[in-house]
Design a protein around this ligand. Structure first.
Ligand SMILES: Nc1ncnc2c1ncn2[C@@H]1O[C@H](COP(=O)(O)OP(=O)(O)O)[C@@H](O)[C@H]1O
Ligand code: SF4
Ligand SMILES: [Mg+2]
Length: 344
């Protein structure tokens, strides 16, 4: 919780504490469990109401699993997930249904997330019917409003998904996610499957809607460039752990964790002088298996600054002077100025 929230006594919208998700690896005809994929490995995360958390990291780092856990689409192995004053992990089916209307998801591929046999108007109307009980004229008007909200003409409502471009269909998926006036929308790589020109259009729409409606986002992407315009804060995941989390501008202008620095150094900067002054950190090798993560700091097998302590000891939490939370042995503990690692 931020200092301001403590002052107003306001609860964060989402508060995850020590959340883990271990998927069993099963082999043989008896489906014997031979190990576990540690997809999410002890994550603490807070999302204030109306604020946007960008979540980045390579493919396989646990981002989608974290998003699904937040909405309790899957059960955590351990940890607590509070949504306002409800512990989502303990809610019984009926209470869970009641808060589901406040938490929705937008998926990567709009063609597979929409029913090809239903008109897009019916797909947008479905949560209004089932979760809010709307019927008749009230339902029709709300569907038309939702089309206008995502900058599409309500005259498209009778058409089918295959009649739309990817960008248009993703906007319809956003309309459906917003139908029940949710407080939280998990956007799981919502622009990754779109072409470059449509990407910007959908990102701008999502950013505008957040301003207009005051929704909170968990906005997942595999690169930092995409999340910049929609995020108040940014979290960086590596092998199931949140390695750095802070104010979006602080993470962009002074990334502290060597993994964040590597991700950022891969994004070209428009200014050639700034571009030349930046140290490019190339990540060697692939992401290790989350079934058998490296000891100590999970990033030690690829880190250009690795020290002996990194292989043996989990890095403790450090909070830097700009409020960034970071897990790296190079960063001095709470309250200290940031130590920027030397070039590798
Ligand atoms: N249902 C599942 N069963 C087993 N392993 C899974 C399942 N879902 C995800 N995983 C594994 O968990 C890890 C994290 O996956 P995911 O959350 O999809 O990462 P990301 O979204 O960052 O690409 C991957 O190794 C993936 O193979
Ligand atoms: S703890 Fe060590 S290995 Fe991990 S990121 Fe920091 S310097 Fe690199
Ligand atoms: Mg994913």
């Amino acid at each position: 919780m931020t200092a301001a929230q403590v002052g107003t006594g306001q609860l964060p919208l989402v508060q995850m504490t020590g959340v883990t998700k271990h998927f069993p690896i099963q082999r043989g005809v008896m489906r014997r469990t031979v190990g576990h994929v540690r997809a999410v490995d002890g994550v603490d995360m807070t999302i204030p109401s109306g604020s946007s958390m960008g979540l980045v990291g390579e493919s396989g780092s646990g981002k989608s699993t974290l998003g699904r856990l937040m909405l309790r689409l899957i059960e955590p192995t351990s940890g607590t997930i509070m949504f306002e004053d409800s512990d989502v992990t303990r809610l019984k089916a009926r209470s869970l249904r009641r808060i589901r209307r406040h938490m929705q998801m937008v998926f990567q591929d709009p063609y597979s997330s929409m029913d090809p046999r239903s008109s897009v108007g019916d797909s947008v109307a479905e949560p209004l019917r089932t979760q809010l009980g709307l019927r008749g004229r009230e339902l029709d008007e709300r569907v038309a409003d939702l089309f206008r909200l995502v900058r599409l003409s309500p005259t498209y409502r009778g058409r089918y998904p295959n009649e739309f471009s990817g960008g248009q269909l993703q906007r319809i998926a956003v309309a459906r996610a917003l139908a029940t006036n949710p407080k939280l929308v998990v956007c799981d790589e919502p622009v990754s499957s779109l072409d470059v020109s449509t990407k910007a259009e959908v990102i701008n729409l999502l950013a505008d809607l957040q301003d207009e409606l005051g929704i909170a986002y968990l906005f997942i992407a595999h690169d930092l460039g995409v999340v910049r315009h929609v995020s108040d804060r940014i979290g960086v995941m590596y092998l199931g752990r949140l390695v750095e989390e802070g104010d979006a501008e602080a993470v962009y202008s002074s990334p502290k964790h060597p993994y964040t620095q590597a991700l950022l150094s891969a994004i070209p900067v428009p200014d050639p002088v700034v571009q030349r002054s930046r140290t490019r950190i190339v990540l060697e090798g692939d992401l290790p298996s989350p079934a058998n993560p490296p000891s100590g700091c999970h990033f030690h097998t690829r880190c250009p600054y690795v020290m002996d302590v990194c292989r043996a000891v989990d890095p403790p939490l450090a909070v830097t002077s700009d409020g960034t939370r970071v897990f790296c042995h190079l960063i001095p503990p709470t309250g200290a100025e940031v130590l920027v690692p030397p070039a590798p």
